[in-house]
Design a protein around this ligand. Structure first.
Ligand SMILES: Nc1ncnc2c1ncn2[C@@H]1O[C@H](COP(=O)(O)OP(=O)(O)O)[C@@H](O)[C@H]1O
Ligand SMILES: [Mg+2]
Length: 402
């Protein structure tokens, strides 16, 4: 890439590979120059299971993005997902030496390092340490402690980690192309950057990205990330349920779900059916619309309830004043926001990336949220921190980012 203001986000999803090219503008905004896509193969539940095949698909999407944006891509920010991704909150503390009482950059670095001095499972690597709040000598709500006077600096972090080899497999797949990996970012964190405004993060919100094989989530309260993670369940499971329940092949079940499916129950006329057209010209099969919708409803309800139970392990779910934002391919399903409202008992809506120039309706697709979010993340992080390559990042380096 010619200009350092160009940023590329790459999401290797279970259903599709998506590459977004963005350009940082002098006024601080980002312009989306183009989005490349390719169907995903060799990826299951968000993780690479067939290296060669996945690599070909990534290559295809990159070439598509290069053509659409007229930019040659050399390096990317890569989104990662998978049920191996876990998170927790932890507080770090540093005491200033006796001969100094002004907090400096190094103290802020040290408090981050201290917060990570907890044991995570041996195969895991740190992915993100996201600052929540600083405390100086017990004073809460400090936003930037550098330059303040104090004896003790404490800081709360949301720490996201995952299995090192799984993250490295994703990175290797990209590096073999060959493309440089600028950074690896948890998908839901990326999506939240474009789905939510800072105001919504402040008031509290939950972002749920339901893709093909995974459901990624991230919860903000008081402008800070409090909970995040991933379940290995998504739209493919709905398709599979339809295929099994109605005894039709997966490809037809997928088409039926997309063209006719709804989450809403009790909306059909008694006995209303959908005629499945047969590709080979044989007489089509009729399926009951209410049965189709019930299958979709039950699986999505299960996903939401699973997530709710997980979130209820901590108190933060009670503080999401702005409610639930659903994104990812499954958010296209009619009635999904209503079901989320019923389960989470807060307002819910379907959301896609917002507030970027060049973002025409073609890009306003919730399936692109994570990939578009990656360039927003890139823009913020590039302006904010010294360079560290991915090897340092997943072994040592951790940026502060909300
Ligand atoms: N219009 C639609 N209606 C219902 N489901 C859809 C629609 N479009 C895409 N999906 C579903 O969304 C899922 C893919 O979402 P996406 O966010 O692209 O996944 P991933 O990021 O895992 O590749 C698939 O299960 C697909 O069936
Ligand atoms: Mg996705």
């Amino acid at each position: 890439m010619a200009s350092s203001d160009l940023m590329v986000g790459l999401e290797i999803g279970t259903s599709k590979i998506c590459v977004v090219v963005g350009e940082g503008r002098p006024d601080g905004t980002i312009k989306v120059l183009g989005v490349g896509q390719a169907p995903s193969r060799g990826v299951r539940k968000g993780e690479i299971v067939d290296f060669e095949t996945a690599m070909k698909c990534v290559h295809e999407a990159v070439v598509d993005a290069e053509q659409k944006s007229d930019v040659m891509i050399r390096s990317v920010y890569v989104g990662v997902t998978g049920a191996h991704i876990q998170s927790f909150n932890n507080r770090g503390a540093v005491v200033l030496p006796e001969d100094r009482d002004e907090i400096d950059d190094q103290d802020v670095e040290d408090v981050k390092i201290n917060a990570r001095e907890v044991s995570i499972p041996a195969p895991n690597a740190f992915l993100h340490s996201i600052i929540q709040h600083y405390h100086v000598d017990g004073q809460d709500g400090v936003l930037n402690p550098i330059g303040m006077l104090g004896e003790k600096l404490e800081a709360d972090f949301h720490i996201i980690h995952g299995v090192r080899t799984r993250i490295q497999n994703t990175i290797r797949c990209v590096k073999e192309l060959p493309l440089d990996v600028e950074d690896v970012v948890f998908n839901a964190l990326a999506a939240a950057q474009v789905v939510l405004t800072q105001h919504q993060k402040n008031l509290g919100a939950l972002v749920i990205d339901i893709g093909g094989g995974t459901t990624d989530y991230i919860l903000y309260v008081d402008g800070a990330v409090k909970q995040s993670g991933c379940f290995a369940v998504g739209g493919d499971h709905i398709t599979n349920d339809i295929s099994m329940g109605l005894r039709i092949p997966m490809t037809r079940a997928e088409k039926l779900k997309i063209e006719e499916g709804s989450v809403t129950l009790g909306n059909c006329l008694p006995g209303e059916t959908v005629l499945l057209k047969d590709d080979s010209g044989f007489a089509g099969k009729e399926v009951e619309r209410e049965t189709l919708n019930t299958i979709i409803h039950l699986r999505l309800r299960e996903i939401f309830e699973l997530l709710k139970r997980k979130l209820e392990e901590e108190p933060f779910i009670n503080y999401i004043g702005e409610g639930v934002f659903i994104t990812g391919g499954c958010s296209h399903l009619s009635g999904i926001a209503h079901l989320a409202e019923e389960v989470f008992e807060v307002p819910a809506r379907v959301a896609h990336a917002q507030t970027m120039s060049g973002l025409t309706s073609a890009f306003e697709n919730p399936q692109f949220s994570a990939a578009i979010g990656l360039i927003k993340y890139a823009h913020a992080v590039q302006a904010d921190r010294p360079r560290a390559n991915w090897r340092q990042r997943i072994t040592k380096f951790i940026p502060g980012f909300r």
